[in-house]
Design a protein around this ligand. Sequence first.
Ligand code: NDP
Length: 234
Amino acid sequence: MGRSVLVTGGNRGIGLSIARAFAAQGDQVAVTYRGKPPPEGLFGVRCDVTDAEQVDAAFKEIEEHQGAVEVLVSNAGITDDTLLMRMGEEQFTRVVDTNLTGAYRVAKRACRGMLKARWGRMIFISSVVGLTGGPGQINYAASKAGLIGVARSVVREMGNRNITANVVAPGFVSTDMTDAVSDERREVILNQVPAGRYGRVDEIAAAVTFLASEPAGYITGAVLPVDGGLGMGH
Ligand code: NDP
């Protein structure tokens, strides 16, 4: 039997592709969802990462079903873009609460089992925007940059127990999230991607499964861009 994996926001988009990639290699995969449950073959647990009680309850369900989480992929995320001048405090805080504080909540809950097992993998899904910044994305960029601090602090605290923590920074990938981007903005972004195309969800999943693998055990505190060169140099 494979590892016990949890992917937050694994019912659709990038998270679903990551979950499927782990399942395909024989791992036991749980995913969180709020609305639409995941497809068959994945263990769905209802959980909003902005609520610590729901996070705890989800972990309990997963522990009963497939044992303590050995591989955590913190992927759940949202955008709510607008220029700084117009960005309300609630709009800023809501995005940070989901993308950054949500990651802290699941990492905190997952580290118990990992410390006990003296083995673990944490992978945080950030964004190229966390490195370069983005117009209208003060909240999102701040939350995604913050994940680097979270991962690297986990490494400093738990690195000597076979626990690694890494960050994957995708570029522009076609999902529900990027469907919201205007055609004009898409064109601007595409023109900046050296690879000349958008990324695919399976290309993000490949990076994540590699970082979770045994041979990647000495890669920790790294930020791995999967962005067609969009963020090169950052
Ligand atoms: P989607 O909008 O397609 O999916 C977002 C996922 O996050 C859904 O599963 C959603 O669950 C979940 N989610 C959102 N808020 C919460 C919450 N409060 N609690 C639990 N789950 C939540 O986005 P993508 O697949 O495109 O993005 C996945 C991750 O990748 C995000 O962190 C995003 O920032 C990052 N990313 C995406 C890029 C892209 O180009 N697409 C580029 C760089 C980074 P539900 O179905 O319940 O809403």
